[in-house]
Design a protein around this ligand. Structure first.
Ligand SMILES: NC(=O)c1ccc[n+]([C@@H]2O[C@H](COP(=O)([O-])OP(=O)(O)OC[C@H]3O[C@@H](n4cnc5c(N)ncnc54)[C@H](O)[C@@H]3O)[C@@H](O)[C@H]2O)c1
Length: 276
């Protein structure tokens, strides 16, 4: 019998594509802390990634679900009920995709089809999951739902494109549904705003290497890794954070509170010296 902070808890993890995925690390840490899991991802990700290896490692079942399709989400929640033999305790929403980012189409040149797709996959999917769980009363009292966000919801970062708008919407949905789910069922809903992390989705951002370097220099504690993000998510799924809800929680080594750091100034200075 595994011991730990999540002993006896059951949860659904969205978005583990491969070992680099933040969701992959969350699944491993949650399982190590005693949780039983259902893993899910889009049907196409089943072919492209290696979620089956993660399922084998953690003894979890995998259910394919396109997060933009209501019938897929309903099937996922109903099937999870069967697998868990009833209600479950936590959900990780770790889904992001922008056709503009993927095709390197600048923000000012987007088509509205693309933009709607970004919002549908990256933000409205969160509403869809919460609405379905609420309707089916799928989450236990004091359960916890976490979605992953980024500081581009509050501040403009070059290259992040329409994902900044999607993250702002995602965080707003966490507050709006967090109120309703807390009031009616005592379920918490939060977003974790993570440092830039070298994953498949992350690496698609224009100028991502520079963004990682910049935020590493700016953050007094340095960028947070996927493993560290997973530790934080585990705490948020646990009973140690029962009264934390409707929050956007920065997990970024201090980046979001910085204006300019010595390490960043030194790097900037070098470029002036090179010009001379
Ligand atoms: N990597 C970063 O720098 C960073 C920083 C802050 C927040 N985040 C957020 O973390 C989350 C996870 O991203 P990641 O960096 O681990 O990258 P990732 O590429 O490993 O994960 C993104 C996941 O979204 C899934 N997905 C895409 N379309 C889907 C759909 N229609 N239905 C269901 N799933 C779908 C993909 O299959 C993939 O598993 C995203 O919300 C991302 O925006 C990432």
């Amino acid at each position: 019998m595994r011991e730990g902070l999540l002993k006896g808890k059951k949860g659904i993890i969205f978005g583990a594509l491969n070992e680099k995925s933040i969701a992959w690390q969350v699944a491993i840490k949650a399982w190590e802390q005693g949780a039983d899991l259902v893993l899910t991802n889009a049907p196409v990700a089943m072919r492209l990634g290696n979620i089956r290896d993660l399922a084998k490692m953690t003894g979890s079942e995998v259910i394919a679900a396109d997060a933009t399709k209501m019938e897929d989400i309903e099937n996922l929640i109903t099937e999870s009920f069967r697998i868990f033999d009833g209600k479950f305790d936590f959900i990780l929403h770790s889904i992001g995709m922008s056709p503009n980012v993927r095709k390197d189409i600048p923000y000012e040149q987007t088509s509205y089809e693309n933009m709607l797709k970004t919002f549908d996959i990256s933000a409205l999917s969160f509403h869809r999951v919460l609405q379905t769980c609420y309707k089916l009363d799928a989450i236990k009292e004091w359960g916890s739902v976490v979605a992953l966000s980024y500081v581009a919801a509050q501040r403009t970062l070059s290259g992040y494109n329409d994902m900044g708008d999607a993250k702002a919407l995602l965080e707003s949905i966490a507050r709006s549904f967090g109120y309703i789910y807390g009031r009616d069922r005592k379920v918490r809903v939060n977003t974790v705003s993570q440092s830039p992390t070298a994953t498949t989705a992350g690496s698609g951002i224009h100028g991502f290497e520079s963004l990682i370097d910049f935020s590493e220099r700016m953050s007094p504690l340095g960028n947070a890794t996927a493993e560290e993000c997973a530790d934080y998510c585990v705490v948020l799924f646990s009973d140690l954070t029962r009264k934390v809800t409707m929050q956007n929680l920065f997990h970024d080594g201090g980046f979001s509170s910085m204006g300019m750091s010595l390490k960043a100034i030194e790097q900037y200075q070098k470029s002036f010296e090179e010009c001379k």
